[in-house]
Every structure is written in structure tokens, then in C-alpha cells.
Design a protein around this ligand. Sequence first.
Ligand SMILES: Nc1ncnc2c1ncn2[C@@H]1O[C@H](COP(=O)(O)OP(=O)(O)OP(=O)(O)O)[C@@H](O)[C@H]1O
Ligand SMILES: [Mg+2]
Length: 255
Amino acid sequence: MTRIIALTNNKGGVAKTTSTLNIASGLKNHGKRVLMIDLDSQASLTISLGVQPEQFKNNSIVQVLEETLDITQTILKLNNGLYLIASNMYLKETNNKIANKHFKEFILKKQIDKIKDNFDYILLDCPPSINNLTINGLMASNEVFIPIASEYLALTGAGQLIDEINELREGNNDLKITGLFVTRYDGRRNLDSQVYEVLKEQYNDLVFNTIINTNVAVAEAPSHQKDIFTYAPNSQGAIDYENLVKEILKMEVKK
Ligand SMILES: Nc1ncnc2c1ncn2[C@@H]1O[C@H](COP(=O)(O)OP(=O)(O)OP(=O)(O)O)[C@@H](O)[C@H]1O
Ligand SMILES: [Mg+2]
């Protein structure tokens, strides 16, 4: 069964986009067919992959959600072997445009159902708020990953977010939060190890063992339109994301 995973956190800058890109690349390196969907009008994922949002503004996630194109017409095959449905700034308007539609939460699900069998993994990069776009992402997914930046107050936010996602499960019984992982970890700060420990204590099995360290190569890679494995294969960032990907692959066996 295709794993459809939304990377969500209403907090900004926690590495949703960075993790979507690097997890997708890591899975692809393990032979998986992976589609990424950019659900953020900032289009950071699209840009990080070297795709110009303007160039694809007429066959993007906007047309999928506004139901003016079939999803098959919006899937871009990238040179690196990954697949992408691009975003652009007009997606912000889409969020409002679909607000009064009946069943607006399920537009993306309906479309993804048509193509999901072509992929092993579909990763959705959500915006930093729970808006109509994120809810569409969550209704279309069967799993949620929550990246948590290692910082003070990260944990209070996490509790609320988990409660909110659990409420949304009313609209999608298949949806499960399957993974929390700590990003932007700095071992020199005492606080950072506390964030991980407290998360483990509260959510134990839901927390990935892998911690993504703060690593300059991870931040640099997108400006070279590369994932961490091609940009800096020996970096700590590549090691961390590879370990995370291995944990994600191991979950397949349990399923
Ligand atoms: N492991 C890391 N080491 C260093 N910098 C990182 C790491 N992970 C992410 N960053 C940097 O942190 C910033 C935020 O990352 P990213 O854009 O992936 O977060 P996001 O959750 O998608 O943000 P938004 O909420 O705006 O969509 C970026 O500048 C990114 O390069
Ligand atoms: Mg982002």
C-alpha cells in the first residue's frame, strides 16, 4: 500500500520542507518511487528542487485543488528521479477560493486516489498553519510526520498540534500520527537534549530514534538545488537523514 505522509507542523521553520526533500531523496536512493506535493504557497520545496514556480503556474497544485486540471497533468518528473507537484504564490488565493465548496477538505484525496498506485511514497509538504490546504493534505494522507525543532516551547506546541490532528481524524479514519522527529538539534545546548528526552517520555514509540542535527550543509543544499545526499554525502546531515530514512523503511515491515 502506498504510504501517503503529510509533514505537518503549524510552527514555522521546523524543517518540514527540508525534511520532505531529504526523506524523499533518501527513499528514492533506496529504490522507492516517490512523489512530493508542495502544499505551501511559499513554494520553498519547489524552489529547492530547482523548479521555477512561475514556469509551472498553470499546471501546479493550484489547478489540482481548484479542479481545473486532472492531477495526472500536474506531475513533473524531475531529472533526479523524483516526482513533484509544484506550488506557487497563487496557492494562497486557492485556500480562500475553495473555502465555500462542498467537501472542500477532500479535493486532494479524490485526486490522489487516482494516481497513488504509481508510487510507493507520496510526501506532502504542508504550510505552517492548519488551513484548507493542510486539511486537504491530512484528509488525503494515511500518515503524519511531525518535525519538531529543538527549542524551548516546541513541546507545548506539539501537544496542541497532536490534539488538533486527532480531532481531524473524524474526517479520515486511516490517518495516523506515525512519527515525531527532532530537527535542528544542537548538542552543545542543554535544552536540546531535554526536548528530546521529554518528547520520548511523552510519546515514546511515536518518536523516531534519529535526531537531525543542525548542520550547515543541510541549510546550504537547497541553494544548489540539491538534496543533502548529492550535495554533501559525507556530512552529518546526510548521515542523519539516511538513518531517518532507514527507520521509515523499517516501518513498512510492521505495517
Ligand atoms: N538540520 C538543519 N541544519 C541547519 N539548518 C537547517 C536544518 N534543517 C533546516 N534548516 C534550515 O532552517 C530553515 C527552516 O527550514 P525549512 O524551510 O525546512 O522549515 P519549514 O518548517 O518548512 O518552514 P516553513 O514553516 O516556513 O515552511 C531553513 O533555512 C533551513 O535551511
Ligand atoms: Mg516549509
